[in-house]
Ligand binder design. Structure first.
Ligand code: GLN
Length: 484
């Protein structure tokens, strides 16, 4: 029963094959026996069982929707009332939010059952989940490998079938990259589609909440429930949310798929490139039309992102000063010493690196040279996409240049770590919806992800293309050994 998708569980719950309480209990036990993955920061067993029995009552009365009684796990940067929200950081180790994030609230209203909070890179800064104060998460496909990051705990949870769905956030690739490295479907919606209220800010102009699941169909249903205008988030888009599930079965014959030559370069591992070429033939077989497109400024994505994201982070993380939230140092003589010691003890090395870079690029002597220049590049990158989308409906390429790398391999080389985002962060810079879906395995049995980028607010097309691809492939059905 553990290995089913959310929609399969939904049918089983309605058919009284098992109850949400039984399912929840089974998954909690499974999670406890998989503690070596270090995928969770907090398990919320008691609360989960209460939510599940409430869901069972609704189902018994014939009430509730497609997600009622379905378990999920939240990345530990979504605020959850009465349950701690650590952001993978010592500085928030003891932080309990007085309210739920809008996304959390909406999924709860949809009847979903929260099993716990997932491990992550500290403040979502990273590509491997090795930057967590709570230790690294392991990849269920190979315990010596990273699950990707920063939403690596969420990805490990779903890949190991500890829950059918987990939420994540994506500032530069943190949903799609771990989805790719763990063999999952993961979607980052358009900027503004999902409320950021109650989602601890890293880089506010790039951050977006989304989901990882076993299928694009599950992604469509959960995205539906979490999307839509929220007056509590001033960047939330006041636009109707289309019925995503409705369009999943549409034919993709005649759809124009853009292939940016910049995404098929020497930097991509040959086995990854081969799997992507095969995926493209699958799409062609379904009647999609391939068009070559140019994204001439894509090489600027990494430097542009790694100026803007730290700049915004240095401003956002200024609030963690030992006064209002979380950790405060024990010994100090004056307030300056208290700030300094609190932040020195509370933040890990990667966060400190970002704060230094951010403060530097915003400083008076360097603001024009770095921050303003990066903003101009961001505009050029977004314009490239607008031009490309005049010729195509969706853009396709590899999600990551390689499959999951060994734990420890890149921890001493931040630039190598940053290069994991080479294909993902431009969608954040342009605010576009993007998704990764399973597209094969390398010779070591590690998953490969196919990346789909859509037009602004057009999640419908990428979900439709992904679903049609999944009806014709079975990569998404593979289960890591030992987790079946
Ligand atoms: N890997 C990127 C970073 O470290 C992206 C992280 C994210 O999307 N949250 O900033």
């Amino acid at each position: 029963m553990e290995c089913r998708t959310a929609l399969e569980h939904s049918r089983a719950l309605k058919g009284k094959e098992y109850s949400s309480v039984e399912l929840t209990r089974a998954l909690l036990e499974h999670s406890q026996s998989c503690a070596d993955l270090n995928a969770f920061i907090t398990l919320t067993s008691e609360q989960a069982l209460k939510q599940a029995s409430h869901a069972d009552r609704l189902i018994a009365k014939g009430e509730g929707g497609p997600l009622t009684g379905i378990p999920l796990v939240h990345k530990d940067l979504f605020c959850t009332k009465d349950v701690r929200t650590t952001c993978g950081s010592r500085i928030l180790d003891n932080f309990i939010s007085p309210y739920d994030a809008t996304l959390v609230e909406r999924l709860q209203q949809a009847g979903m059952v929260m099993l716990g909070k997932a491990n992550m890179d500290e403040f979502a800064m990273g590509s491997s989940t090795e930057n967590s104060y709570y230790g690294p998460t392991r990849n269920p496909w190979n315990h010596e490998r990273v699950p990707g990051g920063s939403s690596g705990g969420s990805a490990a949870v779903v890949a190991a079938r500890l829950a059918p769905v987990a939420t994540g956030t994506d500032t530069g690739g943190s949903i799609r990259q771990p989805a790719a490295l763990c063999g999952l479907s993961g979607i980052k919606p358009s900027y503004g589609r999902v409320s950021r209220y109650g989602m601890v800010a890293f880089a506010s102009s790039l951050d977006q909440g989304g989901i990882m699941a076993l299928t694009s169909e599950d992604c469509a249903y959960v995205l539906q429930a979490m999307s839509g205008f929220d007056e509590k988030d001033s960047t939330s888009i006041n636009q109707p949310v289309p019925d995503y599930a409705n369009s999943l079965s549409d034919s993709i014959a005649g759809k124009a798929v853009g292939l940016p030559k910049e995404f098929f370069t020497d930097g991509v591992d040959e086995e990854v490139a081969e799997a992507i070429r095969e995926s493209i033939s699958v799409l062609e077989g379904l009647g999609a039309r391939m068009v070559e497109i140019d994204l001439p400024n894509s090489a600027a994505g990494i430097p542009c992102y790694y100026v803007l994201a730290p700049a915004e982070a240095s401003s956002n993380l200024a609030r963690f000063d030992g006064v209002r939230y979380g950790h405060r140092t024990f010994e100090y003589t004056d307030i300056i010493e208290m700030y300094e010691a609190t932040r020195s003890e509370g933040f890990g090395p990667e966060v400190k690196r970002r704060l230094l870079i951010g403060a530097y690029v915003l400083s008076i002597g360097y603001f024009e040279a770095y921050y303003v220049k990066a903003q101009k590049l961001r505009r050029l990158i977004a314009d490239d996409f607008s031009r490309a989308f005049e010729k195509c409906d969706v853009i396709v390429g590899p999600t990551t240049p390689t499959t999951a790398f060994p734990i420890g391999l890149k921890t001493d080389d931040p630039v190598q770590m940053y290069l994991n985002d080479v294909f993902t962060n431009s969608a954040n810079l342009a605010g576009l919806p993007a998704m990764s879906i399973p597209a094969g395995f390398d010779r070591q049995g590690l998953p490969i992800g196919l990346h789909l980028i859509g037009k602004y607010l057009d999640e419908t097309t990428i979900l439709n293309v992904a679903h049609q691809y999944q009806l014709n492939t079975d990569w998404h059905q593979r289960i890591p050994e030992g987790y079946a």
